[in-house]
Design a protein around this ligand. Structure first.
Ligand code: ADP
Ligand code: MG
Length: 259
């Protein structure tokens, strides 16, 4: 479980990414690089395309144009996304490099905490049970929930459930972690325990792409911030550039209003 930090190698990269739903062009031309060991935050108002972008990065959605590079492998969606050489095996292989944490946790209610965490390592990574359990326990410890391993999700608080979801994502030992508003579904008093875990992962040098409305947090942990507006990158730069010195008036207003 080593973290190789090389700030020049992109862990994931999008080039001129396009995504449409029927007539609606949700992502118009998005280019974005997440280097190894860096934290990139995506901010922007509701409907600007943040979740769609994350889902494309994870191949939960298939882009309609542009290119995606994931852990050194490039997929070209130039021909309308129909044939990017994506058979089922390759899709699963690439998805395993990029783990997502969702707003709504999405834990399996019929599985214990440990069962949730080891499911994908067993099924997707093909690990032996003993190995998967060891990894699962390691990451449950990491998020401070080792003692909940045999509990069912319904008996946990929202903050604990989200920490299990983070352990589950980590157990895939991905190159990149994606977070889509990981604290938006939580009661206010539970937000900080989840942000604390994410901050710890950032401090470890984990590569992360984070959609959040927690502006102060984004400002603190991000190496780079991307402000999306109507499916385009309207502003991007270091945390300081975007939060204190944005060229775009709309970005300045958003940051001021959401802070
Ligand atoms: P954000 O996460 O920034 O709020 P989304 O990526 O969820 O934005 O949505 C961007 C736009 O795409 C919105 O107009 C939304 O209604 C639309 N959209 C998202 N998912 C779908 C879908 N599966 N089918 C049709 N439209 C969608
Ligand atoms: Mg969203």
């Amino acid at each position: 479980m080593t973290h190789h930090i090389d700030n020049n190698a992109p862990a994931v990269e999008a080039r001129h990414l396009v995504k449409r739903y029927g007539e609606l062009e949700v992502l118009k031309d998005i280019s974005l690089t997440v280097n190894e060991g860096s934290v990139v935050s995506i901010i922007g108002s509701s409907g600007s395309g943040k979740s769609t972008l994350l889902r494309c990065m994870n191949l939960l959605e298939r882009p309609d144009g542009g290119r995606l590079t994931i852990a050194g492998e490039t997929l070209d969606f130039g021909s309308g996304g129909r044939d990017a050489g994506l058979d089922r095996r390759r899709l699963q292989h690439l998805r395993a490099r990029v783990s997502m944490v969702f707003q709504q946790f999405n834990l399996w209610p019929h599985l214990t905490v440990l069962g949730n965490v080891i499911e994908a390592p067993l099924r997707v990574r093909g690990l032996r049970r003993r190995e998967a359990v060891a990894i699962g326990e390691h990451y449950l410890e990491r998020v401070g929930l080792a003692d909940k391993r045999d509990q069912y999700p319904a008996y946990l608080s929202g903050g604990q459930q989200q920490r299990v979801a983070i352990a589950r994502a980590l157990a895939m030992e991905p190159r990149v972690l994606l977070f889509d508003e990981p604290t938006s579904a939580l009661d206010p008093e539970l937000v900080s325990e989840v942000l604390g875990v994410i901050r710890g992962l950032a401090d470890e040098g984990r590569t992360m792409l984070l959609v959040t409305h927690e502006m102060r947090f984004a400002r603190d942990v991000s190496h780079q911030v991307v402000f999306l507006h109507q499916g385009l990158v309207e502003e991007t730069g270091t945390s300081r550039e975007v939060f204190e010195n944005a060229a775009s008036e709309r970005c300045r207003q958003f940051v001021a209003g959401a802070a």
